[in-house]
Write a protein that binds this ligand. Structure first.
Ligand code: PBG
Length: 322
């Protein structure tokens, strides 16, 4: 009987890297950016140390820095000056996101600009869409708004729209509308399996998008469900999604793996604000080694099968590995 000794392949750095199964490349990372219309809304986000709300000008500077570090894709979230019940500043061609898209495209034409497509930052009640008479989010009225906004972002030059609202049928509606307006080249990265999660807490502080009443459980998914995620992804793929996403990341690695095993489109995972905050808090206390923990977390997404990782750690990862 020969002795099987797996430790032989762990002896040195070089041997370990020779047999390494997964690597996170900066090309796979997308950096989220919060862009504020009013200068007074820019500044640090207490629960997300190292992440700031930026003005449009600062966004262009940040994007250039990211690009030079090898992070060539950004995901934009707008913080508008004006909110109302119909999210009207979202589909205003002079709104903060279309303005920023134009500025980024002029400064960095090669950069991939992804725009989050949702209404929660733009409604005065903080829900992701139009409310009906009972205070429920009206699916089809909301889809109509998303379609309108997607066309405005496309007109501004966006490369990818990323609907994060979880309304039924929105991917198909957006695809048809974009195609009808000669924006067939604009891709859709759908937040397909987006769970009603506690881990979005810091984002809601960052984007000022906390529902004023109730919660998002009538549109975002129940954290207990995995089969339903595959069904949501299948629907989005059928409706024309180019990239599908699982969100949050760490508590849903099983869903990322299942998505990878069942679909052949690119899979994105969103390492969300609460995951970032949690790690940053422990790192600040000196309880865990930050560099190693971040690398381990980002690797877990790729190992689970993600092609694309959306993460607030993108810049620091690129600084260390770019
Ligand atoms: C908008 C949206 C949210 C996030 C991304 N897009 C918040 C939410 O749905 O409540 C969360 C991102 C993060 O937590 O980092 N609907």
């Amino acid at each position: 009987m020969i002795a099987i000794r797996p430790r032989r392949l762990r002896r040195t750095d070089v041997v370990r890297s020779l047999v390494r199964e997964n690597r996170v490349h900066v090309d796979q990372l997308i950096a989220p950016i919060f862009v504020a219309e009013r200068a007074e809304d820019a500044g640090p986000i207490a629960s997300m140390p190292g992440v700031d709300r930026l003005t449009r000008e600062a966004t262009v500077r940040e994007a250039r820095e990211l690009y030079e570090l090898g992070i060539k894709s950004v995901l934009l979230f707008g913080i508008p000056a004006h909110k109302d019940a119909r999210a009207s500043s979202n589909y205003d061609p002079q709104g903060i996101v279309p303005q920023t898209i134009r500025a980024l495209k002029a400064a960095l034409p090669e950069m991939v600009i992804v725009a989050d497509l949702c209404n929660c930052e733009y409604t005065d009640h903080g829900h992701c869409g139009i409310l009906d008479a009972h205070g429920d989010v009206d699916n089809d009225a909301t889809v109509a708004l998303l379609v309108r906004t997607a066309a405005v972002y496309a007109e501004a030059g966006v490369d990818v729209v990323a609907p994060s609202d979880m309304m039924d049928g929105r991917v198909g509606a957006i695809r048809s509308a974009l195609d009808a307006r000669a924006f067939a080249g604009v891709a859709i990265m759908s937040y397909s399996a987006k769970y009603a999660s506690a881990f979005y807490g810091p984002f809601r502080e960052a984007a000022g998008a906390t529902p004023q009443f109730g919660d998002r459980r009538s549109y975002q998914m129940d954290p207990s469900n995995a089969r339903e995620a595959l069904r949501e992804i299948a629907l989005d793929v059928e409706e024309g999604a180019d990239i599908v996403m699982v969100k949050p990341g760490l508590p849903y690695l099983d869903v990322v793996r299942a998505a990878r095993d069942n679909f052949d489109v690119p899979i994105a995972v969103y390492n969300v604000s609460g995951e970032y905050a949690m790690l940053k808090a422990a790192i600040a206390q000196g309880w865990i080694d930050g560099d190693r923990a971040v690398d381990e977390v980002l690797t877990s997404f790729v190992r689970a099968g993600a092609d694309i990782v959306i993460t607030y750690f993108a810049k620091e990862y690129a600084r260390r590995h770019g």
